[in-house]
Write a new protein. Structure first.
Length: 299
C-alpha cells in the first residue's frame, strides 16, 4: 500500500465532512414533516421504497470498491483513517436517513387520509349525518370494512419494509462471501450493484412525479427537503467525481438522482408556488370586482 494512496488532505476531509453533514440535513425536513403531520398524504409508496433501495446500492458498492481504504486504516492514524472513510460516511448517513424516513412512512401510513385521519368525534358526527340515509348497522359494516382495509394495507407496508431491509443485508453478506474469492469478482459485483442502483434511481422518482401530477400538490412531501437536495446532490456528485475520485459505480446513481430531484422540485414549484399564487391573485381580483359591483349598485 503506497503512502499516496493512504494520504488524505485536511481540506478534502473537511469538505467531505461538511457534505456528510449536509446529506443528513437534506433528509431531515421530510422526517419532521411526517412527525408533525402524522400523515403520508401525497407521498408515493413506490418512491419511498425505491429511494431506500437506491441509497443502499451505492453504499454497498462503496464498501467493496473501497477495500484499499480499509487496508490503509491499518497503516495510518485514527484521524487519517476517518478522513479516508468520509465518502463512505456520506453514503452511510444517506442510507440511515432514508431508513428513518421509510420507518416513519410505515408507522404513519394511511391509505385514505381523508377518512381515517378524522377524530372519533368527527366520525361520530359523520355517522349522525349519515343516519338519515342509511341505518346504523350499515354504518358499522362500512366502518369495519374500512378498518380492515387500513389494517391490511399497514401489514402490507410492514412486509415491504422488512423485506427491503432483509434483501439489502443479504447483498452485503453476498459481497463478503465473494471477498474470499478473487478481487476481480468483488469488483464486478460492486459494478453490477452500481448499475442496478442507477436503474433503480431512474425509476425512483417516476412514481412520485406521477403522484404529484395527479394531486397537483406535493402533499406531505417536504419542499424544504427538495430545496436542500437540489443543490446538495449536485455538489455531492461533483465532489465524488472531481475531488474524491470515486469509481463510476459509486457516483453514477448520484448523478441520475441529481437530475431527477431537480425535475421533481421544478414540478412542486409549479404546482405549490406558481399555480397557488396565480389562484390567489385570481381570487383577489374576483373579490375586488365584486366590491366594485356592490359600490356601483349603491350609487
Amino acid at each position: 500500500m503506497t503512502s499516496d494512496a493512504c494520504h488524505v488532505s485536511v481540506v478534502g476531509a473537511s469538505t467531505g465532512a461538511i457534505i456528510a453533514f449536509g446529506v443528513w440535513v437534506s433528509w431531515l425536513p421530510q422526517q419532521v414533516a411526517f412527525l408533525r403531520s402524522k400523515n403520508t398524504f401525497g407521498v408515493s409508496t413506490a418512491f419511498i421504497i425505491l429511494t431506500q433501495i437506491a441509497n443502499w446500492f451505492p453504499f454497498i458498492a462503496g464498501l467493496f470498491k473501497n477495500k484499499d481504504v480499509f487496508d490503509c486504516c491499518s497503516h495510518v492514524s485514527f484521524w487519517q483513517c476517518q478522513g479516508l472513510l468520509v465518502p463512505l460516511y456520506q453514503l452511510g448517513i444517506s442510507v440511515f436517513s432514508v431508513f428513518c424516513i421509510h420507518t416513519l412512512y410505515v408507522i404513519y401510513f394511511n391509505p385514505n387520509p381523508s377518512i381515517s385521519d378524522t377524530t372519533p368525534e368527527e366520525r361520530d358526527e359523520t355517522k349522525i349525518e349519515a343516519v338519515f340515509s342509511v341505518n346504523e348497522a350499515e354504518i358499522d359494516i362500512l366502518d369495519d370494512e374500512r378498518d380492515a382495509h387500513v389494517a391490511r394495507m399497514k401489514r402490507f407496508q410492514w412486509t415491504l419494509y422488512v423485506s427491503t431491509l432483509v434483501c439489502m443485508f443479504d447483498l452485503i453478506v453476498v459481497g463478503f462471501i465473494y471477498q474470499y474469492g478473487s478481487s476481480e469478482i468483488v469488483s464486478i459485483y460492486a459494478d453490477a450493484l452500481g448499475i442496478l442502483g442507477t436503474v433503480i434511481v431512474l425509476a425512483q422518482f417516476t412514481p412520485q412525479l406521477i403522484e404529484t401530477y395527479k394531486l397537483k400538490t406535493a402533499g406531505n412531501l417536504s419542499m424544504v427537503m427538495l430545496l436542500i437536495q437540489v443543490p446538495g446532490t449536485w455538489i455531492w456528485f461533483f465532489d465524488m467525481v472531481f475531488f474524491e475520485g470515486e469509481a463510476w459505480a459509486v457516483w453514477l446513481s448520484t448523478f441520475v438522482a441529481a437530475v431527477q430531484v431537480t425535475m421533481l422540485f421544478s414540478q412542486v414549484l409549479y404546482y405549490d408556488v406558481y399555480l397557488r399564487r396565480k389562484r390567489e391573485r385570481s381570487h383577489f381580483q374576483g373579490v375586488l370586482l365584486e366590491d366594485d359591483d356592490e359600490d356601483d349598485e349603491q350609487f
